[in-house]
Ligand binder design. Structure first.
Ligand code: ADP
Ligand code: MG
Length: 595
């Protein structure tokens, strides 16, 4: 949160600047505004979502050319005549076209991981650039002239000073929409894309969809910027929509603030002013003409990435005294809960599960059941295959052979997201938290499936009722596992034991009928273990089935109803805790493991 007086000061500055600044500076600020809109989209896509696009300038071009063509064409076919002549219709058409293109491109490339997206956007960027330059009806390399001025509320925007207000109003709206989106259920899903995909999917988040969403939003922001540009400039040609410009947009987003929305404005400002300045001075200094500024940008970017990976914004934010915000624990009426399953019902039934990694058989012929209202412990020496089994059961990985039945359905080939939907929730042995997000927000990701409001309501903050209930639920579970005092701390600042407990809170937020806990007590102190055991007993009492991997034998034996022992990927014993403890094979496995 930024102090309000800063925002107020910024607004006053925006209102007064066109009255006092020179023509040249107003123009410069107009361009900074236009670039900011694109950069905000890129902060969302690249900085926050971790997806790199080299194609943003092409989306800007799509917005610019659509309106340029439609507002100047004299021979539109009858069915499209209603789109002609009016800039606002140009915007509408631009948005529809951009959305369709971005959706298609996104669906084609986003599912592929790694470098396919950057490569896909480069290909798209280059082809569209040549298309703009070679299509005769778009004016070839000379472009389209005579684009009409924009009319807003009856005012004709002939002048850069008037246009300034339009541009910066759009910038502020884009910031507002993006900040709103990030502060929502959908926003948490988006923020999980960078480094948290496996976890988010296991909490029921459709991460492929979240990727398409941010790709679409970034493209649409580009389109709107292009539309404004066309009507500000009153002509378009292909040059400003080339891949060079796409790279500059990336510079702006990364330099300004990578993961900070306001940083986009800083990045756009710094790059634009610097470019202007370097274009003036470098040729003079070097005594030769050329685009030297790109070289300086490159060096600058490497320097910033070395010194401050998160860009300039966090450094600036640190200079401003942050007011101490007293945050209230979110409260709202509780979310509806599913009916607990009948006690003793078999929830999970794994049959002859085999999991191979190449030649290594990590799970061999594993049979296992968990009933509702029961704590089943899965124990065994390190490397026995317990975590692999968890992954096969929860859909994080898929069994090579065998089948897994859950809640009466065959889930062997389902994704973790679909299994989560059926009521299974899990924690990870190697904690998967989003370190910079608060404890509360991390827990709230677990409640993802208990909300339903989508991206648009989130951007417009029309989902505050549901959001309050999700956060209140997260707060309740955070409190339940004993992390109330750390609720607003970044999850990364917790001790490892507490991070594990937070994972349990997150899993409980899903209101699961089956909980899979992979070494939940590791790193906990004696009293914390006691509290955890108490909590698990309580959940068992509510009818939840719990499958638990744990090393602490005292903890397991005092808690579990039944125990399955694994060694070398196979089940070597199963039974009541006291039976298993006396089993010679188990004693051998454990003693054999001690060197
Ligand atoms: P546990 O949780 O019981 O300590 P794991 O299930 O983590 O054991 O590992 C069982 C065996 O499978 C180990 O030998 C481990 O090295 C191997 N293994 C686990 N995951 C993979 C993987 N993704 N690729 C290859 N081998 C793996
Ligand atoms: Mg393990």
């Amino acid at each position: 949160m930024q102090p309000h007086y800063l925002l107020g000061g910024f607004l006053v500055l925006l209102l007064t600047v066109p009255q006092i600044a020179s023509e040249f500076h107003v123009t410069l600020l107009n361009y900074i505004g236009l670039y900011s809109i694109v950069a905000i989209g890129l902060v969302l896509l690249t900085g926050i979502g971790g997806l790199t696009s080299f194609g943003q300038a092409a989306f800007v071009g799509l917005g610019g050319y659509t309106t340029a063509y439609l507002t100047t064409a004299t021979n539109l076919p009858a069915w499209a005549a209603f789109l002609g002549g009016a800039p606002w219709m140009g915007l509408l058409a631009g948005i529809v076209i951009t959305a369709l293109v971005a959706l298609l491109l996104g669906l084609l490339t986003l599912r592929l991981s790694g470098h396919y997206l950057p490569l896909g956007t480069i290909a798209w960027s280059i082809s569209l650039y040549f298309l703009f330059g070679n299509l005769e009806f778009l004016g070839g390399h000379t472009g389209i002239t005579g684009i009409p001025a924009l009319t807003v509320f009856g005012l004709v925007m002939m002048d850069g000073r008037n246009f300034f207000y339009v541009i910066w109003a759009v910038v502020l709206i884009a910031v507002w929409l993006t900040v709103n989106l990030l502060d929502s259920r959908e926003g948490r899903a988006i923020r999980a894309l960078k480094g948290g995909v496996v976890m988010a999917e296991a909490m029921g988040v459709d991460t492929a969809r979240s990727k398409v969403v941010i790709f679409l939003i970034a493209a649409l922001f580009g389109c709107v910027s292009g539309w404004l540009y066309a009507h500000l400039q009153r002509f378009v040609n292909p040059t400003p929509f080339s891949i060079n410009m796409s790279i500059e947009y990336l510079f702006m987003a990364v330099l300004g603030g990578a993961a900070h929305v306001w940083g986009a404005l800083i990045g756009a400002g710094v790059i634009t002013i610097l470019k202007q300045w370097l274009q003036d001075w470098l040729p003079r200094l070097l005594g030769a003409s050329g685009n030297f500024e790109m070289i300086v940008f490159g060096v600058l970017l490497i320097y910033v990435l070395q010194r401050a990976r998160d860009g300039i914004w966090p450094i600036l934010a640190r200079l401003v005294p942050q007011p101490v915000v007293v945050r209230a624990v979110p409260q709202a009426e509780p979310l509806p809960r599913k009916l607990p399953p009948d006690k003793g019902l078999v929830l999970l039934d794994a049959r002859k599960v085999v999991k191979r990694f190449g030649g290594l058989v990590a799970n061999n012929n594993m049979n296992l059941t968990v009933k509702s209202g029961e704590i089943m412990a899965l124990i065994g020496p390190n490397g026995a295959g317990k975590s692999t089994m968890f992954n096969c059961l929860s859909g994080v990985d898929q069994a090579t052979e065998g089948e897994v039945l859950f809640a009466g359905r065959d889930v062997t080939r389902l994704d973790s997201r679909e299994i989560a939907r059926l009521g299974m929730s899990r924690t990870f042995q190697h904690v998967r938290l989003l370190g910079t997000m608060s404890v509360l927000e991390n827990a709230a990701i677990g409640a993802h499936l208990r909300g339903s409001k989508g991206v648009l309501p989130a951007m417009l903050h029309l989902e505050r009722g549901e959001e309050a209930r999700l956060l209140a639920e997260a707060a309740r579970q955070v409190e339940r596992v004993g992390l109330k005092d750390a609720m607003f701390e970044p999850a990364g600042s917790l001790a490892l034991g507490q991070q594990r407990t937070l994972e349990i809170a997150r899993a409980m937020c899903a209101d699961p009928c089956l909980l899979l806990l992979d070494e939940p007590a590791a790193g906990l102190r004696y009293l914390e273990k006691q509290a955890l055991a108490e909590l698990l007993r309580k959940l068992r009492g509510e009818g939840v089935g719990i499958l638990l991997v744990e090393h602490d034998m005292d903890f397991v034996m005092g808690l579990a109803d039944r125990v399955v022992v694994m060694e070398f990927g196979e089940k070597i014993a199963e039974g009541l805790p006291e039976e298993v403890q006396r089993n010679p094979a188990v004693i051998e496995a454990y003693l054999g493991g001690v060197e």
